[in-house]
Design a protein around this ligand. Structure first.
Ligand code: KIV
Ligand code: ZN
Length: 512
């Protein structure tokens, strides 16, 4: 049977970044975009260009760097947003503008304070502005999942006439259930004039845990683009997870009339990269990319798999990229091998000086841990990419003492804006003591919202990667730090979050 292409539209860098604290730097986004391109994602939603100058730069850099995937910017349905998006995607080999306006009664009345007629008129104008930049225009009816079907038919008819090529039907608040959502898609395709001239797209949120099911039901009803994210990252409970959509369609090729272009062996490396960059750990039992997704615990299962793999396995671990994290480098590896591996990972080195610094840090790490994996290189290069200007607070030295029956102590030396300060503090554990010592210097008044530790690779010599989420005056920022010593990693992560809160014109404390 001839299959239709299913367009995979990845929005990790846009909706995924809307996960609390998961903001990513331009370099982080570029690295993820390169991995998405390597995975053969059709469309990369690189960001929301009008949101800030930083977002604009990120979308533009991705548009410059990516050649194989379409690069898209989100834009509200107003002229300024659309022109910013149009400028940002200009360098792309293939660029798309994705414009949206809300269509549900509650959003139109309470949020937009616009009549349905005004909403239709604005949507049509928005598509017209976007078409000045590209033929590839996508229109989304925000909160379509709670919109009236007659109104959806009307607005979609108008935006198709205005030149939209992709029509997206988001379940913005994750309210829909599979049969009903599929029926909505089927009705729209049947009723909207010229529906066969456009691609019908779905974008499902996971508030009821149904994002993947709803998306797949919609595919059975005729949708030919799915918007999704790596690890299901995204606003609130997240979006449909890319890896689950792709592997469902591939594994159940007998059921789905579609196929994707995705190189599935790049899925696990992409998942690890996104988790590392955002600090969002992947739950061990997460389908496809969780550490236990292919682990068989019970004796009966193990016996079955050993006799014949397909007794208990519907997919092969290697097909989704497990085992692809090769041992890449070690203590004796040279500078050229180091540079070559970074290039393969899509990590660009700005100058010889940066390469020399990174190589020196690599050698230090290789002394502590003789097997260096790709994940270690990503963590190392993330630390390396922090510029001195962005590192107002820098860890210089640390000493920790913890002994049975004694209160743990931490001695910390930092530079604060270049000048060195040291202090000592006690805590309920060494991490608590380290954070208290940092706070006694910085006095930021931040609230600690989240602290998590993950081993980057396997083995007791693995680097621990710590994520710390801090809040201050309504701003929330995640910091990450990696080290073979998890208390040092914790201190680095805390300082990384403080540096982010301190940057961009905000001062944490006038005294520091
Ligand atoms: O969830 C949503 O409705 C969105 C749109 C902007 C597509 O993210
Ligand atoms: Zn969304």
């Amino acid at each position: 049977m001839k299959k239709d292409p299913l367009i995979i539209f990845d929005t990790t860098l846009r909706d995924g970044e809307q996960s609390p604290g998961a903001s990513m730097s331009r370099d982080d986004k570029l690295r993820i975009a390169r991995q998405l391109e390597r995975m053969r994602v059709d469309v990369i939603e690189a960001g929301f260009a009008a949101a800030s100058n930083g977002d604009f730069d990120s979308v533009r850099s991705i548009a410059e760097a990516i050649r194989e995937s379409t690069v898209c910017s989100l834009a509200r349905a107003n002229e300024n947003d659309i022109r910013r998006a149009g400028e940002a995607i200009r360098p792309a080999a293939r660029g798309r503008i994705h414009t949206f306006i809300a269509t549900s009664p509650i959003h139109m009345e309470k949020k937009l304070r616009m009549t349905p007629d005004e909403v239709v008129a604005q949507a049509v104008k928005a598509v017209g502005w976007a078409r000045e930049y590209t033929d590839d225009v996508e229109f989304s009816a925000e909160d379509a999942g709670r919109s009236e079907i007659d109104f959806l038919c009307r607005i979609f008819e108008e935006v198709i006439r205005a030149g939209a090529r992709t029509i997206n039907v988001p379940d913005t608040v994750g309210y829909n259930v599979p049969e009903q959502y599929a029926a909505t898609i089927r009705t729209l395709i049947e009723r909207v004039p010229n529906s066969d001239q456009v691609i019908w797209s779905v974008h499902c949120h996971n508030d009821l845990g149904l994002a993947v099911s709803n998306s797949l039901a919609a595919v059975m009803a005729g949708a030919r683009q799915v918007e999704c994210t790596i690890n299901g990252l995204g606003e609130r409970a997240g979006n449909a997870s890319l890896e689950e959509i792709v592997m469902a369609v591939r594994t159940r090729a007998d059921v789905f009339p579609v196929e994707t272009r995705i190189d599935t062996t790049q899925i696990v490396p992409a998942s690890k990269l996104v988790s590392q960059v955002t600090g969002y750990p992947v739950q061990p039992n997460k389908a496809i990319v969780g550490a236990n997704a292919f682990a068989h615990e019970s004796g009966i299962h193990q016996d079955g798999v050993l006799k014949h793999r397909e007794t208990y396995e519907i997919m092969r671990a290697e097909d989704v990229g497990w085992g692809a994290n090769k041992l890449v480098l070690g203590k004796h590896s040279g500078r050229n091998a180091f540079r070559a591996r970074l290039q393969e990972l899509g990590i660009t080195i700005g100058s010889e000086e940066q390469l020399n610094n990174a190589f020196a840090r690599f050698k230090e790490l290789a002394d502590k841990k003789h097997e260096i994996f790709d994940e270690d290189l990503h963590a190392l290069m993330r630390d390396e990419s922090v510029t001195p200007e962005a590192e107002h607070f820098r860890l210089i030295a640390s000493r920790f003492h913890s002994e049975t029956g004694e209160k743990p102590q931490a001695e910390i030396t930092l530079t604060v804006g270049g000048s060195e300060q040291s202090t000592c503090a006690e805590g309920s554990g060494p991490v608590d003591a380290a954070f208290k010592a940092i706070e006694s210097i910085v006095d930021s008044g931040c609230e600690l919202l989240l602290y998590s530790v993950n081993a980057i690779t396997t083995g007791t010599d693995a680097q621990g990667e710590v994520t710390v989420r801090l809040a201050r005056q309504g701003r929330v920022m995640d910091g990450q730090g990696a080290d073979t010593d998890i208390i040092v990693a914790s201190a680095k992560a805390y300082l990384n979050a403080l540096n982010k809160l301190h940057g961009g014109g905000h001062k944490l404390n006038p005294q520091v």
